[in-house]
Design a protein around this ligand. Structure first.
Ligand SMILES: Nc1ncnc2c1ncn2[C@@H]1O[C@H](COP(=O)(O)OP(=O)(O)OP(=O)(O)O)[C@@H](O)[C@H]1O
Length: 259
């Protein structure tokens, strides 16, 4: 099924992963790989361990047993975190949270070592690109806590996109947003998958939307988690595109078609 062409390099490799919170086992001997240009959707009951798995992949939790490799490197040696965009599960954001959308998006540039640095003109240009890509350029100076759920989601996705990542990891990105916004959001990530070679790892409770794109049958099952997988075969070549610029064009087309 998965060939060894350069478009199909393993991006996330999980080998015999086990994890427990104290005495409570969550994952036991999980082995799975996400390949370049896969769209992997995790579907599973509440508490089945989906968020825990994503947190291990982004290094926030450590497996008790097993090995994780990112872009072919053991996670403990991996330093190229700008290749990965992560949008965690959304908690209720305090409406008084004192950051503007632009500041939130710019914070995506601060990597794990450099927590604070001066924001350059080039950084602002990248933030502009990310805001444009998500169609929220007009929200840059608004306080994030005062926006609707759907607008906040776009802002967090823009933050994840600012480094032009190759892998996007999204944990229930459409929770709390209305059906129409949810549909638009899903269309947008499908576009990123098909046209921009982005690899996705997504947790969503929207089974209908997930299965419509990824199929009913999981490619793999672990406990109560189903791994539904679709590979993007639309593009023949493996060239990388500049994601935020491509998406800006996508939003332009959308705007033009709705006039
Ligand atoms: N920090 C924690 N400490 C102890 N137990 C935890 C912690 N986080 C999660 N758990 C437990 O681990 C199990 C897996 O939780 P996890 O959040 O990974 O599930 P999930 O599949 O993402 O669930 P949901 O669909 O509800 O988001 C649950 O039983 C949960 O209660």
């Amino acid at each position: 099924m998965q060939s060894s062409s350069p478009c199909h390099e393993p991006i996330v490799t999980l080998e015999h992963i086990s994890f427990a919170y104290g005495q409570q086992p969550v994952l036991r001997d999980l082995t799975f790989s996400v390949y370049q240009r896969d769209f992997v959707g995790l579907i599973g009951a509440n508490g089945s361990g989906k968020t825990t798995l994503l947190k291990m992949i982004v290094g926030l939790l450590k497996p008790d047993l097993g090995e994780i490799r990112l872009f072919g490197q053991p996670i403990r040696q991996f330093r190229e975190w700008n290749k990965i965009g992560y949008v965690p599960q959304r908690n209720q954001l305090n409406p008084l949270f004192p950051a503007t959308v632009r500041e939130v998006v710019l914070s995506g540039l601060y990597n794990r070592k450099k927590m604070f640095k001066l924001v350059t003109k080039a950084d602002h240009a990248k933030a502009d690109d990310a805001l444009n890509a998500l169609g929220i350029e007009d929200l840059g100076n608004r306080l994030i806590g005062k926006l609707s759920g759907g607008q906040q989601q776009r802002a967090f996705l823009a933050r994840a996109l600012i480094n032009n990542p190759q892998l996007l990891i999204l944990d229930e990105p459409t929770v709390g947003v209305d059906a129409e916004t949810q549909e638009g959001f899903f269309q947008m990530i499908k576009h990123m998958h098909q046209k921009h070679n982005i690899t996705f790892l997504l947790v969503s409770h929207d089974r209908d939307m997930m299965k419509a794109y990824l199929g009913d049958e999981p490619a793999y099952k672990h406990g109560r988690i189903g791994f539904h997988v679709r590979h993007s075969h639309d593009l023949e070549d493996c060239s990388q595109e500049d994601l935020t610029h491509g998406l800006r064009d996508y939003h332009k087309q959308l705007a033009e078609s709705s006039v």
